[in-house]
Design a protein around this ligand. Structure first.
Ligand code: MTE
Ligand code: MO
Length: 242
C-alpha cells in the first residue's frame, strides 16, 4: 500500500512511464521544429498538443520542475479576467479578483516539492493566501466536510478534507520561487498543499467549493490515492513561516 502511494501512477489506466518511449520520440521530432526557437514555454505548449494525456511531465525541464497538463491548451488569465469563485456549503459565496487576493494577508511556505513520478525540487518558496482565511471569510456551514477545487483548464479537479484545507501550510498561491506564478506553473493562481504530493496542488485554480463529502479528483478517478500525504520528514518539510 505504501508503495502504491509512492507511485500511484502505476495504478492508473494510462501509465505515464509506459509512454516514455513514445513521448521521447515525439519530443525529438519537436526539437527540430522552428517553434522551439520561440522558447521553452512554446515547446511545452507544442508538446502538450501532441500529448493531451499529461505525459509531457516526462520531459526534463530546467529548474527541476516538469510541466503537467491534462489538456492540450489552457487559456491565459491575468489581472483583467482572472476570477476565483468560492461557493458550495458556505454562508457568503464570493468571487475574488486577483487584486483582491493580493490585498489579503500573505503567507510564505518553503518546502520540498515532490511529484509521484519521482522528481523533487528542494526548498521551494510559495506565497499566497491561506485557504483557511478564504474559508473563514466564506463561513463554512455545519454540513461542510470537504473542499473541491476546479480549474480553468476545464478538466482538472482536486479535493481536500476540511481539516486538511485548514492547515497553515495549505494556500491559494500567487507567487512561486518569489515571482508571480507563471502560466505554465498554473498561474496566476494555483493551490499549494505543501505536505502532499504535488498532484494535490491544482494549477489554474478557478473554483473552491465546500462539499458534504470528498469528491475524487481528476487523477483520483484514474487510480491515484485520495490521500496525497508525503511520507515522514517530507510531510513536515524544512520549515514554514507566516
Ligand atoms: N490543472 C492542473 N493541475 C495540476 C496538474 C494538471 O495536469 N492540471 N498536474 C498535477 C501534477 S501531477 C503535478 S506534479 C503538478 C505539476 O506542476 P508544474 O506543472 O508546475 O510542475 O501539478 C498538479 N496540478
Ligand atoms: Mo505529479
Amino acid at each position: 500500500m505504501s508503495d502504491r502511494r509512492k507511485d500511484p501512477v502505476e495504478g492508473a489506466p494510462i501509465g505515464r512511464r509506459a509512454m516514455l518511449a513514445t513521448l521521447a520520440a515525439g519530443a525529438a521530432g519537436l526539437a527540430t521544429a522552428p517553434s522551439l526557437q520561440r522558447g521553452w514555454e512554446r515547446f511545452l505548449g507544442a508538446a502538450s498538443q501532441v500529448d493531451s494525456t499529461g505525459l509531457t511531465g516526462l520531459l526534463p525541464n530546467p529548474g527541476g520542475f516538469r510541466y503537467y497538463s491534462v489538456v492540450g491548451s489552457v487559456p491565459r488569465k491575468d489581472d483583467t479576467d482572472y476570477e476565483l469563485r468560492v461557493d458550495g456549503l458556505v454562508d457568503r459565496p464570493k468571487t475574488y479578483t486577483l487584486p483582491e487576493l493580493r490585498a489579503m494577508r500573505q503567507t510564505r511556505v518553503v518546502h520540498d516539492v515532490l511529484c509521484t513520478d519521482g522528481w523533487r525540487v528542494e526548498n521551494t518558496p510559495f506565497e499566497g493566501v491561506r485557504l483557511a482565511d478564504i474559508l473563514d471569510a466564506a463561513g463554512v456551514r455545519g454540513e461542510g466536510r470537504a473542499v473541491r477545487f476546479t480549474c480553468f483548464d476545464g478538466a482538472y479537479s482536486e479535493n481536500l478534507t476540511l481539516e486538511q484545507a485548514r492547515r497553515s501550510d495549505v494556500m491559494v498561491a500567487l507567487n512561486m520561487q518569489d515571482k508571480p506564478i507563471t502560466h505554465e506553473h498554473g498561474g496566476p493562481v494555483r493551490l499549494y498543499a505543501a505536505p502532499m504530493y504535488f498532484y494535490k496542488s491544482a494549477k489554474w485554480l478557478s473554483g473552491i467549493s465546500v462539499t458534504d463529502k470528498v469528491i475524487p479528483g481528476y487523477w483520483e478517478e484514474r487510480g491515484y490515492d485520495i490521500d496525497g500525504w508525503l511520507d515522514g520528514e517530507d510531510r513536515h518539510g524544512n520549515g514554514s513561516a507566516a
